[in-house]
Write a protein that binds this ligand. Structure first.
Ligand code: MV4
Length: 449
C-alpha cells in the first residue's frame, strides 16, 4: 500500500478520500488554495500544503504546484477526486514519469474516453450497445445529411471534445441540418480547439442510467449496478438513485455483465462509469467517465462496498477485494446534492454558515466538507454536501429522505434543500416517473405559477 497519499481536491470529496485513507492507515496530504485555509479537508489531513491563490487554474488545476507538494511531503500517490485534474490524461502521464501513482485509470484510457468519437468506437468494439449514428467523425455537410437521412430525423450533432452536455445541436429535419452542422462545428472549434463532430439519432425522452464499474488493471473487472441520474438541471445532476426505478433484475444483470466484460477487455484500472441513455427498454451508450463520480455513494449504500478503498487497492496493485459474486444489491438509495444556491433561481449563495445541523439516524449519510461558522468561498462549485439515504425499499427510502430533509438545517446561506422537500412528495417522483427533461419542465412550470 502507499506510504502517503496526496489529495488533489477540496470540499466533500477531499474528506471522502481522506476517510478511506485513514481506515487503511495511510497518512494524507491536503493541498489547498489561500481561499481554503479554513476548509475541513485541510484541518483533518495529516499534513497540508498551500498551492496557490483562489482561482482553480492557479491552485487545484496547477500541476506544477501539486507535483511540488508531492515532492516536499514525500507522497507516493495522488487521488484526484472528481473535476479538476481527475480526467486529465497529461497529468496522469506526468505523474507516471515521476514515479508517483495516479489513483485512477491509465493516461491512455483517460485519453480514449475523453474523445467521445473514440470512446463510442471503443464501446461498440467491446460489445456495448451505442446510439445509432455516424461511425466516427463527420467533416462535411453532404455526409452529415446522408447519415441523418439514413438514421432518420431528429438527429443530434455532438462535439468529439465535448461531453457533459457541452457542444450539442439538434436538427429536426434536413432544412435545419445545414445550420445545425456548421454551428456545432464552429462552436466546438472555439470552445475546445477541436471542431470534430459526430451525429446520433436524437432520443426525445430518455432516462440517464449509468453503470458503475471497477477494473483491476490486469484484465479483471466487475460492475456494481446502475444509478438513475435523470433528474438534472442544465446538465448538472440534482438527484441520483440506485437501483433505477425502471429496471428489472434481468435487465440489470444483462447491462452490468456487458459493462464488466468491456472493462475486462480494456484492461481498465480503477473506477469508471459507463453512461447510457435508456428509452423504451433499450440501453444506448453515450460516454464513459474515467473518474470517481459525485454520486458514487448511492452505489456504496446498496452494495456496502467502499469504492475509494477499492480504488486505492487497485492503484497499489493489490487488486479488488471483491469478485462479481460478492456484489449483492440490497435496498434502495437516493442522493440529493445540496448546493449553496437559491432554490428557485439557482443563483450561487456563498457566505458564512451561521447554524448547521445535519440529519442522522438509521440509513442516513451526509458527505459534506462544511461546518457551523464556515464561510463558503465564492470561487468554486456550489456543491456543499450530499444527503444520501438508504432503506430496504424505494418507498421506505422516500419516507426516510423526507424525514432527513426535515431535520437538515443550514442557516446563513441559501441552499437547494427546499427544492428537495418539494420533490420528495411529488407524485411523479414518488412513482419514479421521470425522464431527463422532467426537472427542467417542473421548474419552468413552477416559475410560471
Ligand atoms: C443525447 C440526448 C438525446 N439523444 N444524445 C447531454 C449530456 C451528454 N452527456 C449527452 N446528452 C444528451 N445526449 C442523443 N442521441 C440528450 C442528451 C441530454 C441529456 C442527457 C442526459 C441527462 C440530461 C440531458 C439533458 C439534455 C440533453
Amino acid at each position: 500500500m502507499f506510504k502517503k497519499v496526496l489529495i488533489a481536491n477540496r470540499g466533500e470529496i477531499a474528506l471522502r478520500i481522506l476517510r478511506a485513507c485513514r481506515e487503511l492507515g495511510i497518512p494524507t496530504v491536503a493541498v489547498h488554495s489561500t481561499a481554503d485555509e479554513t476548509a475541513m479537508h485541510v484541518r483533518l489531513a495529516d499534513e497540508s500544503v498551500c498551492i496557490g491563490p483562489p482561482p482553480s487554474k492557479k491552485s487545484y488545476l496547477n500541476m506544477h504546484e501539486i507535483m511540488a507538494a508531492c515532492e516536499i511531503t514525500g507522497a507516493d500517490a495522488i487521488h484526484p477526486g472528481y473535476g479538476f485534474l481527475s480526467e486529465n490524461a497529461k497529468f496522469a502521464e506526468v505523474l507516471e514519469a515521476h514515479d508517483i501513482t495516479f489513483i485512477g485509470p491509465s493516461a491512455e484510457h483517460i485519453r480514449i474516453m475523453g474523445d467521445k468519437i473514440e470512446a463510442k468506437a471503443t464501446a461498440r468494439r467491446l460489445g456495448i450497445p451505442v446510439v445509432p449514428g455516424s461511425e466516427g467523425g463527420v467533416t462535411d455537410e453532404e455526409t452529415a445529411k446522408r447519415v441523418a437521412a439514413d438514421i432518420g430525423y431528429p438527429v443530434i450533432i455532438k462535439a468529439a471534445a465535448g461531453g457533459g452536455g457541452r457542444g450539442m445541436k439538434v436538427a429536426r429535419n434536413e432544412a435545419e441540418m445545414s445550420q445545425a452542422f456548421h454551428t456545432a462545428r464552429s462552436e466546438a472549434g472555439s470552445a475546445f480547439g477541436d471542431d470534430s463532430v459526430y451525429i446520433e439519432k436524437y432520443l426525445a425522452k430518455p432516462r440517464h442510467i449509468e453503470v458503475q464499474v471497477m477494473g483491476d488493471g490486469k484484465g479483471g473487472g466487475i460492475h456494481l449496478g446502475e444509478r438513475d441520474c435523470s433528474l438534472q438541471r442544465r446538465h448538472q445532476k440534482v438527484w441520483e438513485e440506485a437501483p433505477s426505478p425502471v429496471l428489472g433484475e434481468a435487465d440489470r444483470q444483462k447491462i452490468g455483465q456487458i459493462c464488466a466484460k468491456a472493462v475486462q477487455g480494456l484492461g481498465y484500472s480503477g473506477a469508471g462509469t459507463v453512461e447510457f441513455l435508456w428509452e423504451d427498454g433499450e440501453f444506448y451508450f453515450i460516454e464513459m467517465n474515467t473518474r470517481l463520480q459525485v454520486e458514487h455513494p448511492v452505489t456504496e449504500m446498496i452494495t456496502r462496498i467502499d469504492l475509494v478503498n477499492e480504488q486505492l487497492r487497485v492503484a497499489a496493485g493489490d487488486g479488488l477485494s471483491v469478485t462479481q459474486e460478492d456484489v449483492i444489491f440490497s435496498g434502495h438509495a437516493i442522493e440529493c446534492r445540496i448546493n449553496a444556491e437559491h432554490p428557485e433561481t439557482f443563483i450561487p449563495s456563498p457566505g458564512k454558515i451561521s447554524y448547521y445541523h445535519p440529519p442522522g439516524g438509521l440509513g442516513v449519510r451526509v458527505d459534506s466538507g462544511v461546518y457551523q461558522g464556515y464561510s463558503i468561498p465564492p470561487h468554486y462549485d456550489s456543491l456543499i454536501g450530499k444527503l444520501i439515504v438508504h432503506a430496504r425499499t424505494r418507498e421506505e427510502c422516500l419516507r426516510r429522505l423526507h424525514r432527513a430533509l426535515d431535520e437538515f438545517v443550514v442557516d446563513g446561506i441559501e441552499t437547494t434543500l427546499p427544492l428537495f422537500r418539494d420533490l420528495v412528495t411529488n407524485p411523479d417522483i414518488e412513482a419514479g416517473n421521470y425522464d431527463i427533461h422532467w426537472l427542467e419542465k417542473y421548474l419552468a412550470a413552477r416559475q410560471e405559477a
